[in-house]
Design a protein around this ligand. Structure first.
Ligand code: CU
Length: 168
């Protein structure tokens, strides 16, 4: 009886030690899981990229990462509004492009879905202009590592809808 009691105490003490040790580990795991869930795109380097846009004039992330080479990018419009009212595209610009100047010219290029023909040399890749519920997937190649601006060139959207594509 006495022995069993002692063993029980020992078992309890061991369980307590394990639990307090394990508690800290569990906390850390939970923290990193939460961060990944909140910003999956910002953390991952992938050459198959999906980015969303919405009726509130936002991209789902302002930072994309990929490795130099061929990149597949899908732009989704998770909203409901029509292309004429809340259209989105994603235009990747060459390093050194004056983004605001490009955006001003793009805003006047309604006939070409806000892609200004005069600025074609500044564009690395572009999706088509899409409305709520639509998506577009493009393939392109970037061989030079660097930081590339991406924007939505729909009039007025540049203020909120822009980010950096970091090519490693
Ligand atoms: Cu837009």
């Amino acid at each position: 009886m006495n022995n069993i009691f002692k063993i029980s105490i020992l078992a309890l003490a061991t369980a307590f030690t394990l639990q307090s040790c394990g508690g800290k580990t569990t906390e850390k795991t939970e923290e990193s899981t939460t961060t990944e869930e909140l910003y999956p795109e910002a953390e991952a380097t992938s050459n198959t990229i999906t980015i969303e846009s919405n009726d509130a004039m936002q991209f789902s992330t302002n930072e994309l990462r990929a490795k130099a080479g061929e990149i597949t990018l899908t732009l989704k419009h998770s909203g409901k509004m029509e292309k004429a009212v809340m259209g989105h595209n994603l235009v990747i610009l060459k390093s050194g492009t004056d983004v605001n100047s490009f955006g001003a010219k793009a805003a006047e290029a309604k006939d070409t879905d806000y892609i200004p023909a005069s600025e074609a040399a500044a564009i690395v890749a572009q999706t088509k202009l899409i409305g709520g519920g639509e998506s577009d997937t493009i393939n392109f190649t970037i061989t030079e590592p660097g930081t590339y601006d991406y924007i939505c060139s729909f009039p007025g959207h540049l203020a909120l809808m822009k980010g950096k594509l970091i090519v490693e």
